[in-house]
Design a protein around this ligand. Sequence first.
Ligand code: IVH
Length: 790
Amino acid sequence: MNSKQTISTRIAQLRQTIEAHDYSYYVLDAPTVPDSEYDRLFSQLRELEQQHPELITADSPTQRVSGQPLDTFIQVQHGVPMLSLGNAFAEEQVLEFAQRAEQALGASQGQSDLFSAAPVSIEYCCEPKLDGLAVSISYEQGVLVRAATRGDGQTGEDITANVRTIRNVPLKLQGEGWPENLEVRGEVYMPKAGFELLNQRALAADQKPFANPRNAAAGSLRQLDAKISASRPLEFCCYGSSTEDLAQTHAGTLQRLREWGISISPELKVVNSIEGCLAYYADIGQRRAQLPYDIDGVVFKINALEQQHSLGFRAREPRWALAYKFAAQEEITELLDVEFQVGRTGAVTPVARLKPVHVGGVMVSNATLHNMDEVARLGVMIGDTVIVRRAGDVIPQITQVLLARRPSDARAIEAPSQCPVCGSQVERTQLVRRSKNKQVVSEGAVWRCMGRLSCQAQLQQALIHFVSRRAMDIDGLGEKIIEQLVTRKLVASPADLYRLTYEQVLELDGFADVSARNLLSAIAGSKQPRLARLIFALGIPDVGEETAKVLARALGSMQRLQQAYPQTLLWLPEIGAEVAHEITSFFADNHNQSVIAQLAELQVQAVDEGQTDVAFQACATLAGFIEQFNISGVAHTNALRLAQHFKSVAALFAADWLDLCSVERLSKNTALALQDFISQDEQREHALCLEQQLIEFGMHWNCQRTQMQAAPLAGQTWVLTGTLEQLTREQAKVRLEQLGAKVAGSVSAKTSCVVAGASAGSKLVRAQELAIPVLDEAAFIERMTQLENR
Ligand code: IVH
């Protein structure tokens, strides 16, 4: 066997193994290998194919995404028309469908005489009716050759390139026994979770979100550039085939398709009466919100193919199938009024009060309007006729205004100038964010009640947050109890929780001796949280759990956090201008200062004071510091030169003209601009205070890192495993990242090096199998120090 043959055998083996893993994962829903193993096989295959491009075939798992975008979609004639389904919206219609079928089948079996025989028994296959797009996929000799949309049923569009990118659509059939030509039909849809994520991404990129998963699926599938489809979380579920004689029944056909690697619904059920169908409808209806995808009803299909054939079609619908649809998710109603609710951070949110209407079987009388921007976007006024939509268990939304029906006395919706709960002033704040290219992106406006904790609504929400599991984790303080504490004025701030007495708790509804003692001990038991929890618990706007951890790690104490300048905070990873501003204005507020002081007096103190300074070190370069002054002519490269030359802000500000001129390759104009800048007292003061605070907080300008050289570990991927003793994982990660390496969670053929701490397990084994270099902790630290001091 020559080496070419060996390689092509290896490629074939890898493809087969990957296809088998895909089958277990997507069709059987029972993954057989960890992701890391799968990734390793995949990259091995990709590498071999790159080295031997002549061995690449279109059905290789690496070839899902094709190269060039199309100019237009090509029309495809469906060999067998793609029909639609008759619909039922009520039980009677379902029973009539069954009766008609029974009669027709009875007649065809010679049972028209009502007295002579028992009615024909009919088996039905019940399926969910997925809310996506109908697609036909053709296989020739087991290889996917074409995929098309339904179109008008006769002619669709060729979307082969897009469908190939859907991971659970096999490019090649598994097993054996498949016919030479096979056409399967089914629905392409977007699972709810993928849809949410896609919309979050769209919002973050300032793009318009999709209205619902169906629209998102349609928009993703009809893309001339298949790379876009590939980036969208689409899935395929097969509900039939136009190829004949695969089995005797519909369910049997689907089962065979499944054996060949085609995904079918896990919710299929064969029942032996129409009552069974109704029970299926009721059951799925109840679980609808929990299903990972949207459905708009169920489909009943007569299971025996022989019976299907004898029933045939009426116009463009089969007589052997029926869609039983759920009640509409959208309804028309009237917007009676808009009220404003106040949240934890004081955000005043408009809530629509609607003329009550049944939407999808639930009475709806409120809908969210999110914020005033949404009100403006919808152009809605009080008195308008609107469309409300309810999706699963999501809060109903107004999706559209019917302008033609606007009454002459419709009123504009205005944000209140005073808080509807406490009467404090309401202020409008513009939320802005800087995008990656430093452009200011508007995130809309928020109206905020300035009453802080004197506002009952804010106080209540603040307390709920303070005691929550991820914050102070006080067990037994539910929302109802907090509501009582607030309305009875027993608690006016989180600090007051620690002043509650046994007598006070005993008086609350539902408390007795033991429960009162338990609650008090839970409160007392929360007095020494980790610093990150305490910071998170304070409920600083925009400071979530992750940001709280960064702050705790970098600053090490509440006191420092309170003192930090916004510019100091900007030096921390993940903290941008708005968050830094929110933090400093939170601590500048007298009321918040008093709450923090009271907490400290009551001995509510973080246990882990003391910082690690890794977070600062990760981003602290003097060059970056100099660059942010925006001095004319001092961009990245000159900032690096100045940093290397002066090594501290103080030295830069102490420079005279000669010093500036001695900086290598600095133009005269830039030196002049610099001289002008450093001679301004205000600038100097500000820069020096900032540098002093940064240094006091444990940051050290990393002057070596300002050298103009590529990071020594750029392009490498490291994996940390086992327990490190001298460093935390986080510290190790930050040091690696500082040197330009990426830190990954699993070992693959691409891993450059593995750091194995004590009791390292499977990752170490995998690294050894793949002959990837492994360092123990001591060797790792030595290597890091070496590289850092280079
Ligand atoms: S059977 C002749 N089964 O509903 C039979 N359709 O209203 C044609 N659909 O175009 C379809 N889930 O896009 C069938 N389990 C299911 C379905 C289903 C969703 C869609 C399909 C079809 C439309 C007909």
